[in-house]
Design a binder for this molecule. Sequence first.
Ligand code: DAH
Length: 364
Amino acid sequence: MTAPSDTEAPDNDPVDTDSLLSTAQAAIAGARSIEEIRQVAASVSGKRSPLAEASRRLGALEPAARKALGQQIHQARTAIDGLLEQRRNDLEREERSRQMAEARMDLTEFIPGSIPAPAARGHLHLVSQTRDSLEDVFVGMGFEAAEGPEIETDWFNFGALNMPPAHPARSMFDTFYLNLGPPESTVLRTHTSPVQIHLMEEAVASGGLPIHAVMPGRAYRHETEDARHLAVFHQIEGLVVDKGITFADLAGTIQVFTTAYFGPDIHSRLRPAYFPFTEPSAEFEVTCTICHGEGCRTCSQTGWIELGGCGMVDPAVFDAVGIDADEWTGFAFGFGIDRCAQMRHQIADMRALTENDLRFLRQF
Ligand code: DAH
């Protein structure tokens, strides 16, 4: 395309396409928005623009002048349309990036109060926490943790533990019987001691002796609940079967455990007792933490709280599971997890553990 010039323009040309073009150029460059470029487009190349006006006058011109002016108008229009198109594109691009900048979200920005508080999380019940920390203490001493069933046959809960049918010691355990099999053959375990039998039977079957294990779990007794007793409660059982185990090992284990769990200020004592499955047997007591030994309702004015029992595994129990009592000796213990929680946290009435009062539970 050849650039139009004044010298080439016919003398009678009433239209200065060069100045139309430069006016249009300035207007297009000055448009600041899509809306403005739309208005500029109408004024420089629309139906009422000087360019359109000039085209309309072409018909009245001589053929040669018409041809010359027609070409100039065509060139000007092509140039103007190109400029409009380019400016429109630029403005659209600017507009798009402005919109994107406005809509952009800063995902790292924290606006206080704009995010709902995280849902409140619960936590383990105090009894579960206590079971875990008791387990930790014993695992730290080299024991393994094991579990057994809560429903037991008479054999596991009583018979193998040296309490044959009608043995007077059975009255120590107020038993819930299940309507399963022959009468009184199936029970809700009254203690965790039957897990000892399971472990020893398994060890004999698989050559798994020696045994150093603790067995936490739930136990059941048909009795009236009071400040120190629940009908559904928790015990942790301990069993060591090895060679040359003595009562000193038992006493030392109880002592280490007491200090590790209750701290150096709590005293413990072993008192002679009777259990069919241990000989000799002892009761394991700690200073009442509610009254610090003064005597109160919780400890029945004695100043001591019985945590559980212990002793040297009775040879009759080894016989029941097929362990040679001449080769192996062992000690066992069993005590209340709920009692430990009660003493550690000075809970005057143990029944609070099962009442599900959140004001109580949330304290631990
Ligand atoms: N099972 C007994 C009870 O529930 C506690 C006990 C006493 C467990 C002596 C033992 C033990 O392992 O050797 O009262």
